[in-house]
Design a protein around this ligand. Structure first.
Ligand SMILES: *[C@@H]1O[C@H](CO)[C@@H](O)[C@H](O)[C@H]1NC(C)=O
Ligand SMILES: *[C@@H]1O[C@H](CO)[C@@H](O)[C@H](O)[C@H]1NC(C)=O
Ligand SMILES: *[C@@H]1O[C@H](CO)[C@@H](O)[C@H](O)[C@H]1NC(C)=O
Ligand SMILES: *[C@@H]1O[C@H](CO)[C@@H](O)[C@H](O)[C@H]1NC(C)=O
Ligand SMILES: *[C@@H]1O[C@H](CO)[C@@H](O)[C@H](O)[C@H]1NC(C)=O
Ligand SMILES: *[C@@H]1O[C@H](CO)[C@@H](O)[C@H](O)[C@H]1NC(C)=O
Ligand SMILES: *[C@@H]1O[C@H](CO)[C@@H](O)[C@H](O)[C@H]1NC(C)=O
Ligand SMILES: *[C@@H]1O[C@H](CO)[C@@H](O)[C@H](O)[C@H]1NC(C)=O
Ligand SMILES: [Cu+2]
Length: 868
């Protein structure tokens, strides 16, 4: 088939065929950041209970070696410290710290001066030669229990596929490889997470391993109305108890059956090329490009979701987009929209029934090609700008090198990793935090059973859905509101670029999906590392003493590039017990053609509008604070006029007002103006010794979390009811496991999961409650969004932090603090028993990228069905 025409990325889409298409779409966002704090309940309790007890705590607490844990080192990086010779500040002879000593700058030979650091440890350690620091030593941990959220094994996926291919499943399936348009096929197999009650029985006590079940997502093509539907297969392993049934219990539409209007996209792109061939002369005249059945210099990009007319007709609008051929490997992605739009009736599966309903150009709607052809020859016909590629759309480096820029920048390095990873069980432990993780197709990474100081604080934490809602005066941007779980965050989680996405010394884990009848493993697609926030977490200078503590965070990070947009997700764990969830975004914007849309974006190129849009990324946070029964408290700062016994006049002042959320009727919440409300998840059954309730606070972090601007969106209707507020609280229910479904975008009038239905008046006081929160941004792209959006500003986060949870600041426990006592004649320094690090580090800026493959490798093919 000699056509280059494609319905934009998204337009191509069976969930299944998308994953390797060069998608285009615009999203933004993310999560990130790190800081840190750490410590030990016992110490704080003692401090508050008795001052005398405090005094017997040794001034230097040795750092804690974990016992009973299989902790052996493995070498992640086989790099030797050979790359470069670095000079070392530490390997010099200890001096008193006041003499500047000179070292030679390698590149210029000019003498520069530096102060050596007073090395208080020099007498107790061997000073190695320069350049001898090995790659940091990684530690292997061991999960205390089997990870019940780890996903299906390859064996399980194979067995499931063989089982559903069998005739008694009733699904009449064809293999992915052999499928045609009129066949049914499986596009995804993945684990269905166990119900919370079953999971807790296992992880908290001696309960049995929860039964395992799989979601088998099927695309049905043998019928007149093609549709998607999920099946539940289980229990696993396959036995005579195993059943295959429609998966309904958390799909509140009552079924996951959803009409699939993308099913015949390949056929349709052939049809549209035939259509466009008929008016090549017009597009050549107006746009300078054409689409025909043998070649094309434009492609078509469609809207998402589609329109449903009252009478059931399915309407798609497509926009011409310049297909750049002179940019080498650089993609111009979504930056070359052209000013011609087609309205298509694509109802049904028979191309004979498909129709061109109209054309839109230069602010005028034409019902037929002939109307437009006639108009062009009229005097006064307005031609709009032609789209063209410019350097500012390409990501290659431009301009003069900046001063000293070729020298190595600050680079994170570390002698010994301080976390343990159990890659098999997907379990990680850092300081007083520990958690499991899982990975799936629609929403990628989810964290489970996050424990802090041995107690669970989150049962579950992770992304649920991402909306990118556009607006504009043209039919394309006006009708684009992507729900990205359809395209899938999982398949678009690519290999990270070491040294750039995460430090070289991070640990990297792979991700696995079972789609399209194969098991796909993407190497090194999640990273784990510690980072220094760049500012202390604590300090105080008093007349006789200075105390300062480093702000070290532990990060779990991955990047999903959904079409044109790169979302970087970061979960940071801090030494004060906080967990910060951040989304940052980069990639190409989904721009609009600049014509008559001044109210919807800036003009950023001759033909380009930085189309306005909202990014709303919804997350689920199932907190468990000292048990599962919790309450949601709002503590407000309010102005007050009060008369006190000690004064005759009223004083204008302020107070706090506290209230507990009673039911789901009031559980749709916005961050208060002026940040006046403190929101906490507390446990009223476990007051602390002061009678206050221990809790975790949720607060905005970086950026300003937003909700959708559009009210009652014509585009997403009931498919994005999660985007109306910043924060929601509901009662935890196994039937409300997910807030959205990947095929919600297929018919927003009747989504598989309607989030609004979660709010049915249930009590929220001392119940197992779940928070659903949104990150995101109102994105108004400006010239600085060319060629790509920047993560410095396209970011959003919330931070969960202990609130009356411990009796004092846990960062007092880390030994990565310094105390300088100047009371006596000699300055006394307490190093808290830190291990000094005196080997020289290599400045690995760029490592070996020659084997980098962003996409997953097909590890194994799942079995074929017999006789298919
Ligand atoms: C099973 O699917 C095939 C196409 O793959 C179709 O020809 C056949 O009619 C289907 N059988 C039933 C019972 O639906
Ligand atoms: C989980 O709970 C729901 C609702 O009670 C129930 O319908 C479903 O069968 C349970 N699933 C499993 C795997 O036990
Ligand atoms: C199910 O399988 C078990 C073990 O393979 C067997 O003992 C049992 O008879 C089977 N039950 C039925 C109803 O087939
Ligand atoms: C498609 O366009 C190319 C370039 O203009 C032309 O050479 C070719 O003949 C066209 N094909 C058809 C079927 O019109
Ligand atoms: C299609 O167009 C491209 C770009 O104009 C050109 O390089 C290519 O040779 C054409 N292919 C055919 C089959 O005409
Ligand atoms: C960037 O890449 C494009 C395409 O290869 C090339 O035409 C352009 O000259 C490059 N720009 C710079 C500044 O190197
Ligand atoms: C949680 O509260 C519910 C309703 O009040 C109660 O039935 C349940 O026993 C409580 N669970 C725990 C673990 O206290
Ligand atoms: C979604 O749920 C809300 C609240 O129950 C309801 O008002 C609305 O009609 C539902 N939408 C659909 C399409 O069922
Ligand atoms: Cu954006």
């Amino acid at each position: 088939m000699a056509t280059f025409i494609s319905f934009s990325y998204k337009a191509f889409a069976n969930c299944a065929t998308l994953q390797r298409e060069p998608l285009t779409h615009a999203g933004l966002l993310v999560a990130q950041t790190g800081m840190a704090r750490l410590l030990n309940c016992l110490v704080s309790v003692l401090i508050f209970v008795s001052y005398f007890v405090v005094t017997v705590i040794p001034a230097t607490t040795p750092y804690i070696e974990r016992t009973g844990e299989d902790r052996h080192a493995y070498s992640m990086h086989s790099r030797e410290a050979r790359e470069r010779q670095a000079f070392s500040l530490h390997s010099r002879t200890p001096s008193d710290g006041s003499d500047p000593q000179s070292i030679r700058s390698r590149s210029t030979g000019k003498e520069i001066t530096t102060f050596s650091v007073r090395n208080a440890f020099a007498s107790t350690v061997n000073v190695p030669r320069e350049g001898t620091c090995p790659a940091p030593i990684a530690l292997v941990g061991k999960a205390p229990k089997k990870n019940i959220w780890a996903g299906l094994t390859n064996q399980e996926a194979k067995a499931i596929l063989a089982y559903v291919y069998g005739s008694n499943s009733g699904l009449n399936l064809t293999t992915y490889e052999k499928k045609g348009l009129w066949d049914n096929y499986v596009y995804l197999i993945e684990q269905i997470m166990p119900n919370k009650t079953d999971a807790l029985a296992y992880i908290d006590s001696d309960g049995p391993l929860p039964d395992r079940y799989a979601r088998v997502a099927v695309s049905f093509g043998v019928v007149e109305d093609p549709y998607y539907e999920d099946y539940i297969v289980g229990p696993l392993p396959i036995s005579n108890k195993t059943k295959v049934e429609p998966l309904t219990y958390f799909h509140n539409k009552g079924s996951s059956k959803q009409y699939n209007y993308r099913h015949d996209d390949d056929l349709r792109s052939l049809w549209t090329s035939q259509l466009c061939e008929q008016f090549q002369d017009i597009t050549l005249a107006l746009l300078g490009t054409y689409i025909n059945t043998t070649n094309a210099t434009s492609i078509l990009q469609g809207i998402d979701p589609l329109w449903w007319e009252e009478d059931g007709r399915v309407i798609e609008w497509v926009q011409f987009r310049l297909r750049a051929t002179n940019t080498g490997s650089y993609s111009t992605g979504t930056l070359l929209p052209q000013g011609l739009y087609l309205k298509l009736d694509i109802t049904g599966r028979d191309p004979a029934g498909w129709k061109l309903l109209g054309l839109y150009y230069g602010g005028v709607y034409y019902e037929t090609v002939e109307d437009l052809r006639a108009a062009i020859s009229e005097p006064g016909f307005v031609r709009t700008e032609k789209a063209e590629v410019t350097q500012s759309m390409l990501t290659n480096r431009t301009g003069k090198a900046l001063p000293y820029d070729a020298e190595a920048p600050p680079i994170q390095t570390q002698r010994q990793k301080r976390w343990t990873l159990d890659k098999k069980e997907k379990y990680v432990k850092w300081m007083d935090f520990a958690f499991y993780w899982g990975f799936n197709n629609d929403i990628a990474v989810t964290l489970y059973d996050i424990k802090y100081k041995g107690e669970r604080i989150f049962y579950q934490l992770g992304l649920e859905e991402a909306l990118a809602h556009y607006a504009g005066s043209d039919p394309k941007s006006s009708q684009t509101a992507f729900l990205d779980s359809y395209y899938g965050f999982g398949p678009s989680t690519y290999q990270l670029v070491k040294g750039y996405d995460c430090p070289w010394n991070a640990d990297y884990a792979d991700t696995v999906l079972h789609t399209q009848d194969v098991t796909v493993t993407t190497k090194d697609s999640i990273c784990f590392f510690e980072s220094d926030a760049g500012f202390p977490i604590q300090r105080h200078t008093s007349p006789l003493l200075v105390s300062v503590t480093k702000n070290i965070a532990f990060n779990m990070r991955y990047v999903s590039t959904v079409g044109n947009y790169d979302y970087l997700f970061n979960y940071a764990f801090l030494l004060d017990g906080s967990v910060e969830v951040t989304v940052r975004a980069s990639g190409h914007i989904q721009s609009a053609y600049y014509y008559g849309n001044e109210e919807y974006g800036y003009k950023i190129q001759k033909h380009l509008s930085g189309s306005m849009h909202d990014h709303v990324l919804a997350f689920k946070a199932d907190l468990d604070i000292k048990g599962s029964n919790n309450s949601f408290e709002t503590t407000s700062f309010v102005p007050a006029t009060v008369k006190y016994p000690w004064d005759q006049t009223e004083r204008k002042t302020m107070k706090i007002e506290r209230s507990i959320l009673e039911t789901e009727d009031d559980a749709k919440i916005n961050w208060a103006p002026n940040g006046a409300n403190i929101y906490t998840v507390i446990n009223k059954d476990t007051p602390n010794i002061w009678g206050e309730y221990p809790g975790y606070r949720i607060a905005p972090g970086h950026g300003t979390p937003i909700h959708s601007t559009v009210v009652d969106s014509s585009s997403v209707k009931d498919a994005a009811n999660f985007a109306t507020h910043h924060l929601y609280v509901t009662k935890q229910k196994d039937t409300e496991q997910r807030l959205s479904h990947s095929s919600n975008n297929m018919d927003p009038r009747d989504p598989v999961i309607n989030f609004s239905k979660f709010f049915d008046g249930e009590s929220l006081e001392q119940e197992d409650i779940v928070l659903w929160f949104n990150l995101g941004m109102h994105h108004l792209p400006h010239t600085g969004d060319l060629p790509t959006t920047l993560m410095s500003t396209a970011q959003s986060s919330v931070i969960f932090s202990p609130h009356n949870y411990l009796l004092s600041d846990p960062t007092r426990q880390t030994v990565q603090q310094i105390e300088i006592d100047v009371a006596g004649e000699e300055v006394k320094i307490d190093h808290n028993g830190k291990k000094p690090d005196v080997c020289s580090a290599s400045l690995v800026v760029d490592g070996d990228y020659t084997r980098y493959i962003p996409y997953g490798d097909t590890e194994s093919k799942l079995p074929e069905c017999e006789g298919c």
